[in-house]
Ligand binder design. Sequence first.
Ligand SMILES: O=C(O)Cc1cc(O)ccc1O
Ligand SMILES: [Fe+2]
Length: 451
Amino acid sequence: MNRPTDTHNFVQATSATGTTEGYMPGFGNDFETEALPGALPQGMNSPQKCNYGLYGEQLSGTAFTANPPERTWCYRIRPSVKHSHRYEKIDLSYWKSAPCVDPDVISLGQYRWDAVPHSDEGLTWLTGMRTMTTAGDVNTQVGMATHIYLVTQSMEDDYFFSADSEMLVVPQEGRLRFATELGIIDVEPKEIAILPRGLVYRVEVLEGPCRGFVCENYGQKFELPGRGPIGANCMANPRDFKAPIAAFEDRDAPSTVTVKWCGQFHTTKIGHSPLDVVAWHGNYVPYKYDLRTYCPVGAILFDHPDPSIFTVLTAPSGQPGTANIDFVLFRERWMVAENTFRPPWYHKNIMSELMGNIYGQYDAKPQGFVPGGMSLHNMMLPHGPDKNAFEGASNSNLGPEKLDNTMSFMFETRFPQHLTGFAATEAPLQDDYIDCWEDIEKKFDGTPGKK
Ligand SMILES: O=C(O)Cc1cc(O)ccc1O
Ligand SMILES: [Fe+2]
């Protein structure tokens, strides 16, 4: 029943559906999985002695009394407290946390970047993380950071967890493996992965170089948005979210565990792989989601709805309806609205909008917003279609039109986003971005019906 995987001699459970796919379907489910038969206690969490000599350990991702509480019970070869050194601070100077306001940087502005290029330097998940913006405050667990990752090297005997954040990973190039305490998640472009706060993992390169975007969520976890009148179907469907089946390695090797904690990085040494959870059950899990399964709902007669209609996941704040972060997807879809200016309208927004292009062309910006590139339209800063998009969309024949080969996304937060020094000076900022609106002409001449 159990099958070893190709790397590091993992022993992996069989999936709930009896296949060897490696994942169990469902968002927010209470899962159970074991990589060795009988490793998971039944009917109780803390038997006096666990089978196989395993140690029971609970990972709590919400307050005990949250509604619903989220936690996972792990049955592991060694408890995670076993480490041989005090934590030492280490410097990962490109990975920033809020509050991070550089007095030499002006965050007020409309900004756009080309794809950050790879370098010759070998970079891992930790050394290759490049923070672009930060918002809120990591210490009070509100807000977020956005990063670009440039990864060419696997972590070998090095492991990581973030006590600060849940990480939403949006690959744009290459394939990555997240070997986690709870199992293995492989992702490639058009998929996303979510790594919960506190979960230990190692990141391996399956096919490099790898580039992508990360939203580091300091606040409450991402959840599915309320569906309101849309009802039970379409948008992101719960069954398309996949949690890994249990997989463990029993490996003694000098190893490090790096911890991100209150914006700082600390490392300790252990003598074994911490990916030694043989069985687990619970609802606090890493997961992946295939963006191609997102079923967009939109305007089918006239006008252009707010982009909240394309929300895949939302991380709530304490204020109902006002997210800490929304993760919004602009993917292939039909445009059919009659007598309508179809691209996004010109607007100012209290939320700040960080966008990334996974592939193709975005309708409001036919040029300049390139795959791997990002743009930032900060709190209350006007933006909208560039001159070409405006002219095209206000003069085209409005038959049904398929927007094909297009996938961009937005990390939208209630907090203003501050640029890092890297974003302002090292990343390929397009100095002429605001010129895309420069040639917008005055058409008004006092004549009604002017086109
Ligand atoms: O600015 C953007 O391109 C994102 C966006 C898209 C949309 O359809 C409506 C509003 C909005 O902010
Ligand atoms: Fe916008």
